[in-house]
Design a protein around this ligand. Structure first.
Ligand SMILES: [Zn+2]
Length: 455
């Protein structure tokens, strides 16, 4: 095993995050078999550097929420020390695929385009079992938690090939890890919807079950993979209307061209359905090939309509630029316009070590760093905005009102201490996690490398 950033603690057997099918282990997380006992003693976070405030402050927690930030805190209250480091809200992964994660070892790597990735995955889905999906999804959740993520929207595929096995496996893993991370599920058709009545039925049933169980209902799609892309959008909005569901689409994932882009259609459907604030477009790869003024117009339309946008840099970097030689475009949409307008936007993981993205460990700090690097974000303010794109701004993509998450009074006491003095440095330096609280309870203790000088 190489480069493990985690150490096992005595009495707690490590969870091996090796790909279940083989391959080298890249992460090892120390965890106990049972969830941590809630620690009522954690009531104050001391000496925390908080975005937007000068100097270190104390944060008072009560009832699983943040009671106050700053101000005078009486001595003697128990708590946890941030040591003058950055404390931010729990990180939010607005777009992840748990069901097909950690399948890189099952790929032939004969191609590399989005069509190749879809074909590889469609073939392997026939062999997915509930146990297989639950094991891989759980391994990814462990790594996400260790990297400071406390909220995830995962997309789950439904179709006649995989049936309900992916959904059931992800539901099991989400239940197992509910003590550390909130997981919401967006069901969707990866391999076409308009020509598959069975897929439509599976989606309808899953949304009905989620609603009956009191879970949030979210329906997605991948119009680029449908014989009738616009028709798929209509069907998805029909399902959303039937089940009071939010909509989250893989949209305009084209390599090297914006021809055929559907974002205008999506915005029109959103307006007609009155779903502003409840619709998300992931990828937007095609928009990166537009001239800046036309791209700005697209993002202005999204902001004005209430369509959140999620950039997925790791996947889009891997899948695009495949049809050109020198000077290949890299296909990641720049979100500056949405940040300027204070609109919903996010950077997210998408895939972890599968045919679409053979990299990743669920680190949103790494994803923010990657996005910053390739979109030329450099100033402290720009870099801080990148951390916001995997934090409070990402939460807004998932429906949280502005300024209700992060380190603000009244927000959930989901907090991450990063080994950096400020958000910009955290992104630039790939700051490691020192600890994580979920609902005021410590869920993660990070480690730091020990150096052993010989002179
Ligand atoms: Zn996706």
């Amino acid at each position: 095993m190489m480069g493990s950033p985690y150490r096992a603690s005595a009495g707690c057997p490590p969870v091996d995050l090796r790909d279940p099918g083989g391959g080298d282990s890249v992460h090892r997380v120390s965890t106990c078999a049972a969830p941590a006992t809630p620690d009522p003693a954690v009531t104050v976070v001391r000496r925390a550097r908080v975005p937007g405030r000068d100097g270190a402050v104390d944060i008072v927690l009560a009832g699983g929420r943040i009671r106050s930030v700053g101000g005078v805190v009486p001595d003697g209250l128990p708590g946890i020390d941030a040591g003058d480091r950055l404390v931010v809200g729990g990180l939010v992964d607005a777009h992840l695929h748990l069901d097909k994660a950690l399948t890189a070892d099952r790929c032939s790597w004969s191609g590399g385009t989005v069509e190749d990735a879809m074909a590889e995955t469609a073939a392997m889905k026939a062999d997915f079992t509930v146990d297989d999906v639950a094991t891989r999804a759980g391994a990814v959740l462990a790594s996400c938690v260790a990297h400071g993520t406390t909220r995830i929207r995962t997309h789950v595929e439904l179709d006649p090939t995989v049936g309900r096995r992916g959904l059931e496996g992800v539901l099991r893993a989400a239940a197992d890890w509910a003590w550390a991370v909130d997981v919401e599920i967006c069901v969707f058709a990866q391999d076409g919807l308009t020509g598959s009545p069975d897929t439509a039925r599976l989606l309808d049933e899953a949304l009905g079950e989620a609603r009956a169980a009191g879970r949030r209902t979210v329906v997605g799609g991948a119009p680029y993979a449908d014989d009738d892309p616009a028709g798929q959008l209509d069907r998805v909005f029909g399902l959303a209307a039937d089940h009071d569901a939010d909509v989250d689409l893989h949209l305009d994932l084209f390599d090297g061209t914006a021809e055929g882009a559907l974002i205008g259609t999506l915005c029109a459907l959103t307006e007609r359905a009155g779903l502003g604030g409840r619709v998300t477009a992931g990828h937007g790869t095609a928009w990166s090939f537009l001239e800046p003024d036309r791209r700005a117009a697209v993002l202005d339309r999204c902001a004005g309509t209430g369509v959140g946008v999620v950039a997925l840099p790791s996947t889009d970097l891997f899948l695009t630029g495949r049809r050109t030689g020198a000077g290949a475009p890299r296909g990641v949409v720049v979100l500056d316009r949405l940040v300027e307008r204070d609109a919903a936007a996010a950077v997210a993981t998408n895939n972890v070590r599968n045919a679409f993205t053979p990299y990743g460990a669920g680190s949103l700090v790494r994803m923010a760093n990657l996005y910053a690097n390739l979109t030329h974000q450099a100033s402290p303010e720009q870099l801080a905005a990148c951390l916001d794109l995997v934090g409070p701004r990402a939460a807004r993509v998932l429906g949280a009102p502005a300024r209700t998450t992060g380190v603000v009074a009244g927000a959930p006491a989901d907090l991450v201490c990063l080994d950096a003095p400020d958000p910009g440095t955290a992104v630039a330096s790939l700051a490691p996690v020192r600890w994580v609280l979920k609902g005021g309870v410590r869920t993660v203790t990070g480690g730091s490398a020990q150096l052993h000088p010989t002179v």
